[in-house]
Design a protein around this ligand. Structure first.
Ligand code: LLP
Length: 444
């Protein structure tokens, strides 16, 4: 691809969302037809597109170039080692929230000094390990944690680089379960208390308290809440500087939206265009923690129709995927666009939209085999006629998909495969019944 074209792609406000496209009436991932992948690897199956990951990372990195930020890939959104390695090759830093995520990032070859460690409840063991590994920043959520971090660092003869998570009391206008920047949530400390924390702790020998961290929620599909929170954060930094504290960095968190529907979320450029001017010239290292913006559209869940069923007026498609593979619809009522992989009559979707209607189509709920009424993947959708055996694609499931999968109902977790052009490889094999009981057998 020429540099000019790549640049145009990167700077487009409505960039192509992914490399899952219909060709000749069949859905492809990059160069590969999805029915062949289903045949080869079975269903349910997570399929990731390497090029989509890279495109989204590049768009972010280009859009934010003027402040040369650390782009800390949010490991929680999609933590497969092979995905983390791609992120590392792209140049990402990493945002982790547990010892387990840190171990994954390190195994994927992350530079520890470019890992930030967040989370309201870090254990002593996690703190010690992270200090031992030499991670870049602790995002600290409370005075009690700050005190503990300082004590552990002092006992190890270390100085912990720390950012104080500040709760700016801004409404991100997203689901209540993923809202974090409002005063009443458990995250961070309020602005007034934040000043006191600097006064109380900045001189502790075990701490290099030199940054603030803001994260207001996820997904945040407008730019305004970021402007509000960053403006408040910069105000605090200015005040702290006046009071003699050396502030070197600001972490503005993650939560940038992805297109679950066409044009639903601002592009990387839309966010950056409004936020960069606030940060430029602030003499601060800027950090971001994007997850879903990179990974959501880079993965899909492929599932096969087991049965069709009518009950009362309702039509159901009972598929082999369920809330154990993808819990977002059950947990948050999240929308994921669903469409047959090889639609009858070649009816490829004109757009990915929640309000798509279809003449000659059927109005269905797409549900799984799990024994819970909350086990649905989609409700009241117009689809082309689907029969037993047909494959469906659940789009935009690369973020918070596999990572939230469970074995409930003793369902082995699905395989994950990664497509690169016309090549595909398994990046996590399907679990077996033996896997389900291995740790119990080991217990004797
Ligand atoms: N930074 C912090 C401090 C976070 O808490 C999160 C997400 C992120 C970054 C990354 O957010 P992202 O850019 O990926 O939106 N399970 C929910 C999302 C929970 C998000 C938790 N924190 C979902 O499926 O929508």
């Amino acid at each position: 691809m020429s540099f000019a074209l790549e640049r145009r792609l990167a700077l487009d406000h409505h960039p192509r969302m992914d490399h899952f496209q219909y060709r000749g009436g069949v859905l492809h991932c990059e160069e590969l037809a999805l029915p062949e992948l289903a045949q080869r690897f079975g269903t349910p199956l997570y399929v990731y597109s390497r090029q989509t990951l890279i495109d989204h990372y590049r768009r972010l990195s280009e859009a934010w170039t003027p402040v040369a930020p650390w782009l800390c890939f949010s490991v929680k959104s999609c933590s497969n080692l092979h995905i983390l390695r791609i992120m590392r090759e792209c140049g990402a830093a990493f945002d982790v929230v547990s010892g387990g995520e840190m171990a994954r990032a390190l195994e994927a070859g992350a530079d520890p000094s470019r890992i930030v460690f967040a989370g309201v409840g870090k254990s002593d063991a996690e703190i010690r390990d992270a200090l031992g590994a030499g991670i870049g920043f602790f995002n600290v959520e409370s005075e009690a944690e700050m005190d503990n971090l300082a004590s552990i660092a002092e006992s190890m003869g270390r100085r912990a680089p720390a950012a104080l998570r500040v709760n700016p009391d801004v409404d991100p206008k997203t689901h209540v379960y993923t809202t974090t920047g409002k005063r009443e949530t458990k995250f961070g400390v309020d602005l007034e208390r934040a000043r006191r924390v600097f006064h109380d702790f900045a001189r502790r020998p075990g701490l290099d308290l030199c940054a603030i961290h803001l994260h207001i929620g996820s997904p945040v599909n407008t730019v305004e809440p970021y402007i509000q929170s960053i403006t408040k954060g910069l105000g605090l930094i200015e005040q702290l500087r006046r009071e003699g504290f050396a502030l070197r960095a600001i972490n503005i968190g993650g939560g940038y939206g992805a297109n679950y529907e066409d044009h639903q979320a601002p592009s990387a450029l839309d966010y950056a265009a409004q936020v960069v001017p606030l940060l430029k010239g602030a003499d601060l290292t800027v950090m971001l923690e994007p997850g879903r913006m990179i990974t959501a559209n880079a993965g899909i869940l492929l599932t096969r129709t087991l049965y069709t069923k009518q009950s009362g007026d309702k039509h159901f498609l009972i598929v082999d995927g369920s809330m154990t593979e993808l819990i977002r619809p059950a947990l948050y009522g999240s929308f994921h666009f669903v469409w047959p992989v090889q639609p009858a009559g070649g009816a490829v979707p004109p757009q990915r939209s929640a309000s798509l209607k279809m003449e000659g189509g059927m109005l269905v709920d797409v549900v799984g085999p799990v024994c819970e009424s909350s086990d649905f993947l989609a409700k009241e959708r117009w689809l082309p006629p689907v029969i037993r055996g047909d494959l469906l694609c659940i789009f935009t499931t690369g973020a918070y998909g596999f990572v939230m999968a469970s074995q409930y109902n003793s369902r082995p977790r699905p395989a994950e495969v990664l497509v690169e052009g016309d090549q595909v490889r398994v990046i996590r094999r399907r679990e077996t019944y033996d896997d389900l009981v291995a740790l119990e057998r080991a217990a004797g």
